[in-house]
Design a protein around this ligand. Structure first.
Ligand code: SAJ
Length: 395
């Protein structure tokens, strides 16, 4: 039996995948409202296929609990944020989850951490907690992309970090039940580093795209054209510039990799700062275009998209929220965001468009890609390069 602890965007699909693949699974979370919904077969997110997977898992007897239960194997998938001021990992939630596991598990149980951690955290912080009970520790980071979660859960290769081959192989067997990609074995610290290195690679690549956007704007060129043509080189693959880098991984995990290395020059630190500065750049661009077009009030400016990226409902570290911190009068709208997060928020696309003269596309949701015609007659700043049939301002 496996107890998955933390039923967020990784824990829940992991638990469901294991359950439908024939393992007895209990999912644990402290959010009672969430548990009630899940027990009743209700999935509240936007991720494709999750609703069906939940129904299937309930049909094969998966259960939910607000406390940890006795099991052979535990998988901890709770968030590991950073402390805003120091950029250092905040291990409070992961330690709390491990403490709860330790209250119920038998000696020698297997404990897999999936939460992203700063390299060395398992040895420094988790192992001292689990050693007295002889717990077999492993680290198996998730690498799935929100928006394509269930496909990537099955297809992606995985890394298992463990201190002995015996533990690694046991953990590999757990994931083998639903993973078709290779499952590679390494030591715990290497696995921790691989996880944050992957997200750092993406952060640095996006920062390059963002810096190219600034250079291209200054020099009167379209950055998207620069990148499109550069990417025709067989060994160049520059990502897309945008209004900033959001979510709970790419803007945060690279800080874990450079924790304690404050004195060195760092391409990683510079990249994070370049990405963070995009919010100010977009604000300046909005101000300049507004002046040019004679738009006097920020209420007439509408930010399309509140989530951190296209076609997801997650708003953590969203570039739009960063802009709202600077000017709360902007109108906002997002087809995926149903709760109120701003003063001047709309819940219907046409009402939003009727209220503004200037639309800033912050997320390239399919909705706006398919309905570009609705923007005709508006001033548009397209930070995501999604409008291909209209005259728009570019990043
Ligand atoms: N972004 C750009 N330009 C791009 C791509 C992304 O500005 O070309 C922005 C997005 O708009 C968003 C942010 O970056 O604001 C992050 O989005 P993302 O799609 O790059 O990544 P996440 O956070 O949704 O998921 C990442 C993935 N990591 C990698 O691709 C290396 C995913 O595989 C990880 O599992 C996930 O982080 C995680 O949980 O660590």
């Amino acid at each position: 039996m496996i107890n998955v602890v933390g039923l967020g965007y990784i824990g829940l699909p992991t638990a469901l995948m294991l359950a439908v693949s024939g393992t007895q699974v209990v999912g644990t979370d402290i959010d009672e409202d969430l548990l009630e919904k899940l027990k009743n077969g209700i999935f509240c997110g936007a991720e494709k296929g999750m609703q069906e997977l939940l129904s299937e898992a309930l049909d094969v007897g998966m259960s939910f609990s607000d406390i940890c239960v006795k099991a052979d194997t535990y998988i901890v998938c709770v968030p590991t944020p950073y402390v805003e001021t120091t950029k250092k990992i905040d291990t409070t939630l992961v330690c709390a989850a491990v403490s709860e596991v330790l209250k119920v598990c038998g000696d020698g149980a297997t404990l897999i951490i999936e939460s992203t951690v700063a390299p060395g955290t398992i040895k420094k912080v988790i192992a001292p907690m689990t050693e007295p009970k002889g717990i077999k520790l492993a680290y198996c980071p998730e690498r799935v992309l929100p928006g394509a979660l269930l496909r990537e859960f099955v297809e992606n290769a995985r890394i298992v970090g463990a201190d002995t081959v015996e533990v690694a192989e046991r953990v590999r067997d757990v994931y083998k039940s639903f993973v078709k990609g290779n499952i590679e074995i390494t030591d715990i610290k290497t696995a921790e580093t691989v996880k944050v290195a992957e997200n750092t690679y993406r952060a640095v690549n996006i920062a390059l795209a963002n810096e190219l956007a600034l250079i291209s704007r200054d020099e009167g060129m379209d950055v998207n054209e620069v990148i499109r043509l550069a990417n025709m080189h067989p060994r160049v693959n520059i990502l897309n510039p945008g209004p900033g880098v959001g979510g709970h991984c790419i803007p945060i995990d690279p800080w874990f990799l450079i924790e304690g290395r404050d004195k060195e020059d760092s391409v990683i630190r510079s990249a994070l700062l370049v990405n963070d500065a995009m919010a100010d750049y977009v604000m300046n661009r909005i101000a300049k275009i507004s002046r040019h077009e004679g738009i006097k009030s920020p209420c007439r400016v509408g930010l399309y998209g509140i989530s951190y990226k296209e076609n997801v409902d997650d708003i953590r570290n969203s570039p739009t929220l960063k802009l709202l911190e600077k000017t709360s009068e902007f109108a906002i709208y997002d087809p995926f965001v149903k709760k109120k997060v701003g003063n001047n928020q709309f819940f219907e696309l046409q009402a939003f468009l009727d209220a503004v003269s200037f639309v800033v596309i912050m997320c390239g949701h399919d909705e706006i890609k398919k309905n570009q015609e609705l923007l005709r007659g508006k001033i548009v700043l397209d930070t995501r390069n999604v409008c291909d049939s209209l005259e728009v301002y570019k990043l």
